[in-house]
Design a protein around this ligand. Structure first.
Ligand code: FES
Length: 277
């Protein structure tokens, strides 16, 4: 259980692992996530399920080495086991059966958007995907996204590949160019999801986002993952992770996401783990 069967470096700081866990694989749906611990006394980190295979009893996880726990996770090799892994958690994404959906993925957010695109494509929904990263070396899962998209647009902040600019800029260009779509799904860092929502707001275009806050228990009891949506408190672990992006209080979500930034820096610096290198 929880044995790593495959490990790939997608970018210098982004890794993909395929983990054996028949219980999670049997129940996982697009949009759900797992919480794992790498070691005793380690923090619990939520990771969205990037793929699952019910026949092989596996789940695929993609993570960026941004803090101590993800750095330690990245040190595990094929054959190693993750100490604990619980899931699937959260509410499966509500996906339409027809129409056109624009899927917007930024950075490592392309991984959680992939299972949604696969399912939409399987249902016969027209999928227009926009994926982006800071530079061309940081684009992930391009081939996998292409396989489940009717159109794929690539963006880089520095213009080293595809459209030069943010994914939200590309979305605006497409909308202004006459793109007709029924809804948008955006997954990525908070500034990217927020910018996407501000882009679609004037057009009244329904926009779903997938929130990824700090979590502890993952069962709706500790309150660590709370956000405000439409003026009401929501717990991402049990009410989400997908929410109407036009209703999210982004300023609060950003503040809460950075609450332990200083402690995280100290933890990485004081660890003999090489700081992700
Ligand atoms: S992680 Fe504790 S309430 Fe969501």
């Amino acid at each position: 259980m929880n044995e790593i069967l495959v490990k790939k470096n997608l970018t210098p700081v982004t890794k993909l692992i395929v983990v054996k866990n028949p219980f999670v694989a049997a129940k996982a749906e697009p949009g759900q996530f797992v919480i794992l611990r790498v070691r005793e006394n380690g923090e619990r980190i939520p990771l969205t399920i990037a793929d699952f295979d019910r026949e092989k009893d596996t789940v695929t996880l993609v993570f960026q080495e941004v803090g101590l726990s993800t750095i330690l996770l990245g040190k595990l090799e094929v054959g190693d086991r993750i100490l604990n892994l619980v899931g699937p958690l959260g509410v499966p994404a509500e996906l339409p059966d027809s129409g056109t959906v624009v899927a917007v993925g930024g950075g490592v957010g392309v991984a959680p958007i992939l299972p949604k695109c696969k399912e939409l494509y399987r249902r016969g929904v027209k999928v227009i995907s926009i994926i982006g990263a800071r530079s061309k070396d940081l684009i992930i899962l391009e081939d996998e996204m292409r396989a489940c998209s009717h159109e794929l647009h690539i963006c880089t902040d520095d213009g080293s590949r595809g459209f030069k600019g943010f994914v939200s800029d590309k979305l605006k260009e497409l909308i202004d160019g006459g793109l007709k779509c029924d809804e948008v799904v955006a997954v990525g860092p908070i500034p990217m999801m927020r910018a996407t929502c501000e882009t679609t707001r004037p057009y009244g275009l329904k926009t779903w986002v997938s929130m990824n806050p700090i979590m502890v228990d993952g069962t709706g009891m500790c309150g660590a993952c709370r956000i405000t949506v439409g003026g009401k408190t929501k717990f991402v672990c049990v009410d989400g992770p997908m929410f109407d992006g036009h209703e999210v209080d982004w300023a609060e979500a950003w503040l809460r996401a950075g609450m332990y930034r200083d402690e995280e820096k100290v933890a990485v610096e004081s660890c003999q783990c090489g700081g992700g290198k």
